[in-house]
Design a protein around this ligand. Structure first.
Ligand code: PMP
Ligand code: GLU
Length: 394
């Protein structure tokens, strides 16, 4: 039978991060010694105190459907966290728990966007934003930034990108893939512009909030005039190393939260019960309990930056959060390496996979064709070996 798939799925790209991770896994199964620096996933185990709470949840028979928007006591723990860390007051009817922040983002797109609504994405942006927006029939509007401005969008760039069709702005800070962190002052600058355009909503993806080497995290919803129009997205995948437990959440105006719950109720129902119970424990713990991971990420950032600086042709910013470096590799374009023409970042990422056995991700997937993304959520030995191999191959 011929391909009868919908236009919707035919137009959707495969997630480049997941595709590269799958390719690395496949090559490893063939016996190749691949170092995987493609997936944005902490290499730490879930801290024991969180695991214990997951085990207890199983023994306590948390095995039935949970409320679609999440257990009330989890939503209370999220509200307390928002107050404690972000100075944001959300009532329980403003919080929705989902199957990872990825679903939180997809919910928001599906309930907020109409066909042709424009969504401003400062580029580089996280790989799935653009496809999630397109899936909801929105139109992504990329605003390119460069290493010269630390990959951050300026207020003037935001102003210039706004049209009568602009419905939303989506961004992450700390940013995946650039590691850039917007200061409170910088967010105020963007908020000033948005004040002149009261119909634009903001999705503030703060999933890397705690992996921030710069100091205090700033939430745009806490800035004057932004609370009602911001959807704050967060989750436990990154700071608590709970990627596989699939818990994310939003804080938003109650009418948006209600719509997300309605949508989620028709496609997935409540998120996994055990993960929700463990998330209460994770969020109620003081941040000091996970500080050792944040400290390690910072050490590794310094390590990888130092090592990559010895490679000619890699231009680097200093990422202040998350666990990625995003070197500009455009100086290799137009060259040939071991008989392989390198015309773009995808060629270089593929060359590094084949000739250095190191998996990275092309910047094209993140809206920046000059860069590649390297995750340093890996051991120091892996980082050292990977950079040595990259250097040799180049
Ligand atoms: N936003 C950003 C910026 C991310 O890097 C990720 C990582 N996958 C997500 C959202 C989604 O996270 P998850 O679905 O695991 O909660
Ligand atoms: N957020 C991670 C990344 O950017 C995980 C992969 C994914 O969910 O796409 O690599």
């Amino acid at each position: 039978m011929s391909n009868q798939l919908s236009d919707r799925i035919n137009k959707l790209s495969t997630s480049a991060t997941l595709a590269m991770a799958a390719k690395a896994r496949e090559l490893r199964n063939e016996g190749k010694d691949i170092i995987g620096l493609s997936l944005g996933e902490p290499d730490f185990n879930i801290p024991d105190f969180i695991k214990e709470s997951g085990k207890k949840a199983i023994d306590d028979n948390y095995s039935s459907y949970s409320p679609v928007d999440g257990y009330a006591d989890l939503k209370q723990a999220i509200a307390t966290k928002f107050k404690r860390d972000n100075q944001l007051t959300y009532n329980l009817n403003q919080i929705v728990v989902s199957t990872g922040a990825k679903q939180s983002l997809a919910n928001v797109a599906m309930v907020m966007l109409n066909k042709g609504d424009e969504v401003i994405l400062p580029a580089p942006y996280w790989v799935s934003y653009s496809d999630i927006v397109k899936l909801a029939e929105g139109s992504p509007v990329e605003v390119p930034t460069s290493i010269e401005t630390d990959f951050k969008m300026t207020p003037a760039q935001l102003e210039a990108a706004i049209t009568p069709k602009t419905k939303m702005l989506w961004f992450s800070s700390p940013c995946n893939p650039s590691g850039s962190v917007y200061s409170e002052e910088e967010l105020k600058g963007l908020a000033e512009v948005l004040k002149r355009h009261p119909n634009i909503f903001v999705v503030s993806d703060e999933i890397y909030e705690h992996i921030n080497f710069r100091g205090k995290h700033a939430s745009i919803a806490a800035i004057d005039g932004m609370y009602d129009r911001t959807i704050t997205v967060n989750g436990v995948s990154k700071a608590f190393a709970m990627t596989g437990w699939r818990i994310g959440y939003i804080g938003a105006a109650d009418w948006i939260a209600k719509a997300c719950t309605k949508f989620q109720g028709q496609i997935t129902s409540g998120a996994n019960a055990i993960g929700q119970r463990a998330t209460i424990t994770a969020l109620e713990a003081p941040v000091s309990k996970i500080q050792f991971m944040i400290d390690k990420f910072k050490e590794r950032r310094d390590l990888i930056l130092g090592l990559l600086a010895t490679i000619d042709g890699f231009k680097l910013n200093v990422p202040e959060g998350a666990f990625y470096v995003f070197p500009d590799v455009s100086s290799y374009f137009g060259k040939e390496l071991q008989g392989t023409p390198i015309n773009n970042a995808s060629d270089l990422a593929m060359y590094l996979l084949e000739h250095a056995n190191v998996a990275t991700v092309t910047g094209e997937a993140f809206g920046n064709p000059n860069c590649i993304r390297i995750s340093y959520a890996a051991s120091e030995e892996e980082i050292k070996e990977a950079v040595a191999r990259i250097k040799k191959a180049l």
